[in-house]
Design a protein. Structure first.
Lengths: 455, 455
């Protein structure tokens, strides 16, 4: 292992330069004008897989952007890991907020600044370089490896489920490794064992056939904005619990063991509060802050509109009012069931003076890696050795619906090892990636390949 | 009187043709490009006053659009009435919804279709023609008359209060007559003895310093849309009463006599409901529909916004949420007091996890003509004779703040005699004015001039 780690140490600057060339390609998947860059990016990933030493490398078309695949399967009797990543990036608006151009990577303060640096080019590249180091030193790998890098993650992986079903045998594996999340904080190499699911809906209210004069009709007409406010105010009770009947039926309780483990993670509530300028934090009674954030479901109104929004006043009783709802779910909540419960409840409490329609939009399952999964110890050992620090077991408040889908279709356990940091602005201007974590990440994955091969 | 009424009968078609020429001038006060038409319109009104037989006719400049004034003051020992009207009209958008061009008056189904036909050119013109008929037949008027026609009513009479103060002596009178409202229904000549006041505000909520990711922050942050919904849902109680403490303190109770009188007016609830496509009407418990609409104050949210309003979903916890509030007041509510009560209450109930600011906007008093005012009998007699129908005593849900202002500054009682109909689309496309009411209006006002002269 020492020779590999020395090799990695000797090449650390070269790795950064190589990563820069990936970051110069503006592979924005949601932008039709960027289609040529998506094609170019897939070719670069293909080349990088080949030079890392992978075999059967290929670009596989889908109905959207292509998927790039590579493998090495000569470690007989050893387990197979499937590494998942994505080569597409988020749009860069508003451009004027970037301190340096998003597709001209630049190093400042030991961080690499560019769109995609942390999400996800820098993270999947860690695996490429760890594999390359193994081949450079030993001309072999200790386990079987498959890598799949898709191009539509930032668009909701719209064609990836279909791809998984079609290529189920090719992708067959024992474990799925994903590095597309963040560490708990600097100096805390982390295993993310839980992510929340998601379910979204839109509430549409209609009162009258057009906006009404508030003088000529006010007093006789139920205002749909009032009706919507009454509905929203009944979605949670005074303790911050979600009031939808049956909502918590499938929620997995937080075990005493997990409660104690989460309690040991340092969470500076005041620092968190001031960082977002909130007058006061708010959460569900009976749970710690990290439990509220990671292990408990939430319900939020993401947007609301109706009537007059301009300058001054326009004294109408609006005909319509609308709100967008999202819920973050935890295992084992089923998004479709939860959406139906929400709709049923809203129809029950809706004032009869307005017409209400709840439009069910989409959802995705959360994911929970069982804490007694033996592979987690191996990952922990690798991260501890790679970073020289104790490992934090964390959950993530956000959602990556494709994780549960992959795990289901491939019947494999997923393990999330995020190398990003919470302040690296994934999806925002000034995205960046800490170079120490990049380097320690390559060390960790090189060690992980060996760890995963042990009994 | 008979000779005057015959004269009016003989000239009825001519009156309509003359009114058309006023309606051809697009005197949209709020549109700077229409300024030349405003100037032209004031000159036409001046000419019309002169040919009606009024004296001292003049166009008086203000800081905005001019006011046109005329008078006849030779009925010694007799009372003086001040007739108020406005020569400006509302904008005409959306133009494509008009069945005939808004400034090309056209007669269909005994109605005159044009912007301003009912609001207010057709209505103030009734007075011009009644006066003209008196002069034509008797070369005199039975009472003293002053007429003031302003050009900014549709902009909130922004310079008219100032004008009233400056010309207080010139405008001195015993009664103010205003025809700028509607009759109860076809066949119901009406005296509008009450109009509601108005007070408007905007509620601004701020949670965090920017929109937050609902996954990475959901569970720890109070959503300002939820907070706003909680506030709005507490503005009224389950009986539809406004929950702001002190809100009703100055509200004049509905007398038994008025309750009985309003109860005699036919109000077809089902017809009203289906005309606006409301699933069910809604109002304050304990009051009849007409009382809810006319004699009780209301509170409505005119607009609400916050977060994401586009297609699909964007799972943010918005930084801000806003709502516009308007309240219709009844005599004797003071708009400034009521706005302060609203703000105080909102600050009391607002969740502490968000910052709330209530922006007080503007307000205007309601007006109530005392039902025991002796002049009302004279107006009733005139309308009954002019229309050949019983007269309805009604109130109006909307607001004309300048009425209370005029009454205060001139220390005179105002009487509102609307000749419009509720379906004549004042402020909307396809404005029109019923020609029978136009004709009977001229008859009524000719009679009224004599009635008002009696002891």
């Amino acid at each position: 292992m020492d020779s590999i780690l020395s090799y990695i140490e000797n090449h650390k600057d070269a790795y950064v330069e190589e990563l820069k060339s990936l970051l110069r390609i503006p592979s924005i998947s949601s932008s039709p004008e960027h289609k040529p860059y998506m094609v170019e990016m897939a070719q670069v990933v293909e080349n990088e897989m080949q030079s890392a030493g992978l075999e059967n490398v290929k670009i596989i078309p889908t109905e959207g952007h292509s998927v790039v695949y590579g493998e090495w399967r000569h470690a007989e009797g050893k387990p197979t890991i499937l590494i998942y990543g994505h080569y597409d990036v988020m749009p860069v608006d508003p451009l004027e907020l970037w301190d340096s151009p998003p597709f001209e990577p630049e190093i400042r303060n030991n961080r690499l600044w560019a769109r995609g640096a942390a999400d996800d080019k820098g993270q999947f590249y860690i695996y490429f370089k760890a594999i390359e180091a193994w081949f450079a030193q030993h001309k072999t790998l200790p386990i079987n490896v498959k890598i799949v890098i898709e191009g539509e993650e930032e668009m909701g992986s719209v064609h990836f489920e279909d791809f998984l079903s079609k290529h189920k045998e090719m992708l067959a594996c024992d474990y799925i490794m994903i590095s597309d999340t963040a560490m708990f904080a600097e100096g805390f190499p982390s295993i993310t064992y839980g992510i929340r699911g998601l379910a979204t809906a839109q509430i549409n209210l209609k009162g009258t056939n057009s906006d009404m004069h508030s003088g000529s009709f006010g007093g006789l007409v139920k205002n749909p904005i009032h009706a919507l406010a009454e509905i929203i105010s009944q979605l949670k009770d005074e303790n911050g619990h979600i009031a939808v009947p049956g909502f918590y039926d499938d929620v997995l309780d937080i075990s005493e063991k997990e409660h104690l483990a989460l309690g040991k993670l340092p969470f500076d509530e005041e620092k968190f509060r001031t960082s977002i300028d909130a007058p006061k934090l708010y959460g569900e009674n009976g749970y710690t802050r990290l439990e509220q954030l990671w292990a408990r479901p939430t319900l939020d109104i993401n947007g609301i509109w109706g009537g007059y929004q301009g300058e001054g006043s326009k004294t109408v009783i609006p005909a319509e009012a609308h709100a967008k709802v999202s819920m973050r779910l935890v295992a084992n909540q089923n998004p479709e069931n939860v959406l139906q419960l929400l709709a049923d409840y809203i129809y029950t409490i809706a004032p009869k003076e307005v017409n209400v329609h709840v439009e069910l939009m989409h959802g995705g399952f959360g994911y929970l890696t069982p804490l007694d999964e033996p592979a987690l110890i191996k990952v922990e050992n690798a991260l501890k050795a790679g970073f020289g620090k104790d490992v934090a077991y964390i959950r993530e408040g956000g959602s990556i619906p494709i994780v549960q889908t992959m795990s289901d279709i491939l019947s494999a356990t997923a393990v999330l090892i995020g190398f990003g940091l919470p302040d690296e602005n994934a999806h925002a201007p000034n995205e960046n990636f800490d170079l120490t974590n990049f380097h320690n990440g390559i060390r960790s994955i090189a060690i992980l390949l060996k760890e995963m091969a042990t009994e």
